[in-house]
Design a protein around this ligand. Structure first.
Ligand code: SAM
Ligand code: TMP
Ligand code: ZN
Length: 404
């Protein structure tokens, strides 16, 4: 197996077996899940990039029926609004600025830019969510971003001051084409800002459910710096973010265009000190994950034997890895509550647990709820105080199985 970035040798370190598409919520009684792939991750011995060993074709994941909506979390709406305001006050404060967002989804970030009257474009291949953004006044091109898209956008709109991507770059295996596109589209002094789940947090928290079909890469400052260098760019800033279980926001500029912030050298040093990319470190992560599976299955099996009522909370893409890796089905979790309209009334991928609207969660409350949307724990626990008041107990499995 060769690294998708540098063709170096990949060292596999965790294998979750055969998995469905994490966002394929089938209708009950419909055809069986049509697609499965082997979910396993490896680290490149040469450039340190952690990546999936098998690539799922992009059209199978990102299409008109892609269900995920960025605005489903009020914390995330606030997160994107403050980022948009920061960009407007800094990189986009010159004359007639232009910003492009890759994977703008339902317009959580770009609607703030649009409301400010600033030139923008969202590039979003998933037609359903792109329509939601367009209805908010966001200008969207329904397309995958790649080198050819960048050339077409440049021809139509001119160069961009900022290209931004949240929880999207790690979804894209073909980063050589993306970097070529950035070189085409960005102004000489422009920046590429992107944020994705951070390998350091995944390893520290044993948050193995960050690993699923759509997350092809698991970035670190070390691997992103290497990627940037290969394409004439430089990593000039990093910022740790608390959202989605721990992310890093990276800023790339053309080599020599900006002085790197001290935070870059600090994070690189921390990754070296933690031996983050060492096969031994990653093997310890895999061992913790195997222990989590054992404990979670034992806990749920015991609860079934006691006759306890157990629901799931948040039919996240992440939960597909947990449910299918652990072999958890409707015999252990009656249903999963979720706010996303396109998931409700359907079945979780591979594990076939019904997904119901949040009203069902309180009618009546279960004894236990597995918090699959653990990355939104604060927001969810604040709004589900009735569950705790009714004597309900949360089950979390990150960083290890525990009850709250
Ligand atoms: N940015 C939003 C957020 O952070 O909530 C949405 C993230 S969502 C997990 C990933 C998005 O990337 C999807 O809406 C998907 O359609 C989009 N996407 C996938 N490949 C892409 C590509 N090559 N160019 C642009 N968007 C892409
Ligand atoms: P995410 O972890 O990828 O953002 O997905 C979160 C999922 O959880 C998404 O399907 C929406 C759902 N959700 C709820 O059902 N209730 C909530 O309060 C929140 C924040 C998310
Ligand atoms: Zn490599």
């Amino acid at each position: 197996m060769a690294c998708r970035i540098c063709s170096g040798r990949l060292h596999p370190f965790a294998d979750f077996g055969s998995q469905p598409l994490s966002d394929a919520f089938a209708a009950p009684g419909g055809p069986a899940d049509p697609f499965a792939f082997d979910l396993a991750v490896g680290v490149c011995a040469d450039c340190s990039m952690v990546q999936l060993l098998e690539e799922v074709p992009r059209e199978r994941m990102f299409h008109a029926g892609y269900p995920y909506l960025s605005s489903g979390s009020s914390v995330m709406r606030g997160h994107f609004e403050s980022l948009a305001k920061r960009l407007l006050a800094t990189e986009l404060s010159g004359p007639d600025p232009f910003v492009v967002e890759l994977g703008c989804n339902d317009g959580a970030m770009l609607s703030v830019i649009a409301d400010a009257g600033v030139r923008h474009l969202g590039v979003e291949p998933s037609g359903g969510v792109a329509d939601v953004a367009a209805a908010k006044g966001v200008r969207v091109r329904k397309d995958f971003f790649e080198a050819a898209t960048a050339a077409a956008v440049l021809a139509a709109d001119g160069p961009a001051d900022v290209v931004y991507a949240a929880n999207t770059l790690c979804h894209i295996p073909y980063l050589d084409s993306i970097m070529e596109g950035l070189d085409t589209l960005l102004r000489p002094g422009g920046v590429f800002v992107f944020e994705d789940p951070y390998l350091g947090d995944i390893v520290e928290r044993a948050s193995f459910d960050q690993i699923y079909d759509e997350h092809f890469y698991y970035f670190s400052a070390t691997s992103v710096r290497g990627l940037a260098h290969r394409h004439g760019f430089e990593l000039v800033d990093v910022e740790r973010l608390p959202v989605h279980g721990g992310e890093v926001r990276y800023t790339l500029a053309r080599r020599g265009a900006r002085t790197p912030a001290p935070a870059v050298a600090e994070l690189l040093a921390a990754e070296r000190a933690a031996a983050l990319h060492d096969p031994a470190t990653l093997q310890r992560f895999a061992d913790r994950v195997a222990a989590t599976r054992e404990r979670l299955v034992a806990l749920l099996t015991g609860l079934r034997e006691q006759g306890a009522r157990v629901y799931g909370y948040g039919a996240t893409a992440k939960s597909a890895t947990v449910l299918n890796y652990c072999g958890i089905g409707p015999d252990l979790i009656t249903f999963v509550s979720d706010t996303t309209p396109a998931k409700q009334g359907r079945l979780t991928p591979g594990s076939h647990i019904p997904v119901r609207d949040p009203g069902a969660f309180a009618d009546p409350y279960p004894d236990y709820a597995v918090l699959f949307a653990w990355n939104h724990a604060e927001e969810i626990m604040a709004k589900e105080t009735g569950f705790a008041a009714a004597g309900g107990t949360w089950i979390l499995y990150v960083p290890e199985v525990h009850l709250v």
